[in-house]
Design a protein around this ligand. Structure first.
Ligand code: DC
Length: 230
């Protein structure tokens, strides 16, 4: 346990390895990891389940503001579980369809406001590593450590493709690449809090780095700010 609270913001595009690396780094440091993308995915899933088209801003916003898409997180052995209206949807949110729905509903300022409030509540008074698209710019603008994690579209598509194969799912590399570029465009091109690197964030391009060296690079940035953690 640290005496001082740690606050670490990691942002970056789809499949940059944010979730896996964030999990490993947070585990190493003994602090919580909040995957904020999972929360947008839960809202996207909720819309799909209710038959609300993710493109229908008014209905998606009403769904959130009327309490029909309650998003919570729980931690089991330090690992995040994402709850939608009290039900654990941690696995159900990991499909491509839900990823796109999440990207679409994340364009709406009222949805963002709703989830950012939840994210700040969860961060509360605990050491936390948050990953997403707007953590360093909006959610935790005062975080002492900000990292913008990226890699080339080809490197990210390759990782995503291999991950799908490992999960026993069908995958076509060219489709994975096209989908990834489309999602990048939607996330970086939206008006509300688009994906962008905070001015004071350290840029880490992991295109040619393996998992261990990426993790070491993140820990180097953390240790430069907070000193070596026990
Ligand atoms: O990280 P992810 O792929 O699971 O995120 C799903 C979508 O949610 C992503 O396409 C954009 C959106 N998102 C966001 O707008 N802001 C965040 N802080 C996290 C995710």
């Amino acid at each position: 346990m640290q005496d001082k609270l740690l606050s670490i913001a990691i942002d970056g595009p789809v499949s940059a390895g944010k979730s896996t690396l964030s999990d490993a780094v947070a585990n190493h440091l003994g602090i919580l990891h909040l995957d904020t993308g999972a929360m947008y995915r839960a809202v996207g899933l909720c819309a799909l389940r209710k038959g609300i088209p993710p493109e229908d801003e008014q209905r998606v916003v009403d769904m959130c503001l009327n309490g029909h898409a309650r998003v919570d997180v729980d931690y089991v052995n330090q690992s995040q579980r994402t709850l939608l209206n009290g039900q654990d949807v941690s696995e159900d949110i990991r499909t491509e369809e839900v990823g796109f729905a999440a990207s679409t509903v994340s364009r709406y300022p009222d949805v963002r406001k709703y989830l950012v409030e939840r994210q700040r509540e969860i961060a509360g008074k605990t050491s936390i590593l948050m990953d997403g698209r707007d953590i360093g710019t909006v959610v935790l603008p005062n975080a002492p450590v900000k990292i913008f994690l990226t890699a080339s579209p080809q490197a990210r598509a390759k990782r995503r493709y291999q991950q799908l194969l490992r999960q026993g799912r069908e995958a076509d590399f060219d489709k994975v690449l096209v989908d990834l570029i489309a999602r990048d465009k939607q996330d970086a091109g939206r008006k509300a809090d688009p994906l962008r690197q905070a001015e004071d964030a350290v840029l880490l391009d992991t295109s040619d780095m393996d998992f261990e060296s990426s993790m070491r690079a993140i820990l180097d940035v953390v240790e430069a700010r907070y000193g070596k953690q026990q």
